[in-house]
Design a protein around this ligand. Structure first.
Ligand SMILES: Nc1ncnc2c1ncn2[C@@H]1O[C@H](COP(=O)(O)OP(=O)(O)OP(=O)(O)O)[C@@H](O)[C@H]1O
Length: 315
């Protein structure tokens, strides 16, 4: 495992606001770290400190072994950063903007053309290269930002909500691009989208109120949800009260609650998978199943259970 990003006791205070308060984690080559948390948790502030755009109040950041405070130029050379929102320089074309960024990064001559063409191709923007950025759709603007971040083929990528504002097809394309790049880079992405946690991330760090609340795999994260492996089930040819009693009598069921117009939500004992067993028991009774599906976890609900463990949510 090659450590590419090392963050130790990182903090940023804005007056009395502790935006980031003692965050530590590291990211290795081949990892895509999903950096998650509710609004105002401190994600963007952390990313800005990793990329050298904000000076920490306390703590250290090392990128490929270079300290962001003492060696900011080496850090910037080794990382690509997609900030929130759209690129500045709205009156430039993507071609002009990318050439300009290449120039700043010291990429010249034939190398510059090659770097611009390759980044444009990977970010799928070759068809809009000569159109002013301000006239592009939100999705294309986002992809121009992404092209900028990978222009110098950096070993480390920091992407702040890379799929924000994209339609489902564009989201899919950007996720594919990130997956393509994942093998030989260390990547941090911030996101609000649970689907992305599964589609992209090998590991997740959740922060809230500037502190790390969780560091683990996507599966471990999802298991924090009270809906983890819960099943919603409805049958046609049995009276509802009798069906509820039957469900509660099953040995692998912890809890049953009615779902408005859709039967019952069944919570498993010990978070186990119960879909197959449950459908078998129902069929044994000769009832026909109208609906039976595992509950999809919800990221906001997972955040709640991690950050507010005393509200009845699972912890
Ligand atoms: N320049 C600043 N001056 C004062 N407070 C700030 C500044 N930047 C951020 N904050 C505060 O720091 C906290 C963390 O903000 P940050 O933008 O890092 O959160 P976030 O997790 O990225 O949120 P979101 O998901 O909404 O983008 C918030 O309370 C925010 O208001």
């Amino acid at each position: 495992m090659t450590l590419r990003i090392e963050i130790d006791d990182l903090a940023k205070y804005f007056g009395a606001i502790k935006a980031v308060d003692g965050v530590s984690f590291s990211v290795s080559k081949g990892e895509v770290l999903g950096f998650l948390g509710p609004n105002g948790a401190g994600k963007s502030t952390t990313m800005k400190m990793i990329t050298g755009f904000l000076t920490p109040t306390r703590g250290t950041v090392r990128v490929c072994g270079y300290d962001v405070l003492t060696d900011p130029i080496s850090v910037k050379a080794h990382l690509g950063y997609l900030p929130e929102g759209a690129p500045a320089y709205a009156d430039m074309t993507p071609d002009g903007f990318l050439k300009f960024i290449a120039e700043i990064r010291g990429i010249k001559g034939a190398d510059r053309r090659r770097a611009v063409d390759s980044a444009a191709e990977r970010a799928r923007i070759t068809n809009v290269m000569y159109q002013p950025i301000e006239t592009l759709s939100k999705g294309y603007k986002r992809r121009v930002g992404l092209a900028q971040s990978i222009l110098h083929n950096p070993p480390v990528l920091i992407l702040d909500e890379p799929t924000d504002g994209l339609d489902p097809n564009q989201k899919h394309e950007v996720r594919t691009l990130i997956n393509e790049m994942a093998e030989d880079k260390a990547i941090i992405i911030s996101t609000h989208i649970l689907e992305e946690v599964h589609a992209l991330c090998t590991r997740n760090v959740v922060i809230a109120n500037g502190k790390v609340k969780f560091d683990g795999t996507p599966q471990e994260l999802e298991s924090k949800s009270r809906y983890y492996n819960a099943v919603v089930v409805n049958v046609a040819n049995i009276e509802q009260n009798a069906f509820e009693t039957f469900l509660k009598s099953l040995p692998f069921v912890a809890q049953v609650e009615p779902v408005e117009g859709a039967g019952f939500r069944v919570y498993p004992k010990d978070g186990q998978q119960i879909t197959a067993e449950l459908s078998e028991k129902i069929r044994e009774n000769g009832w026909s199943i109208d609906a039976l599906h595992a509950e999809a976890g919800r990221l906001d609900e997972v955040f709640r259970s991690i950050t507010m463990p005393n509200t009845g949510a699972k912890n």
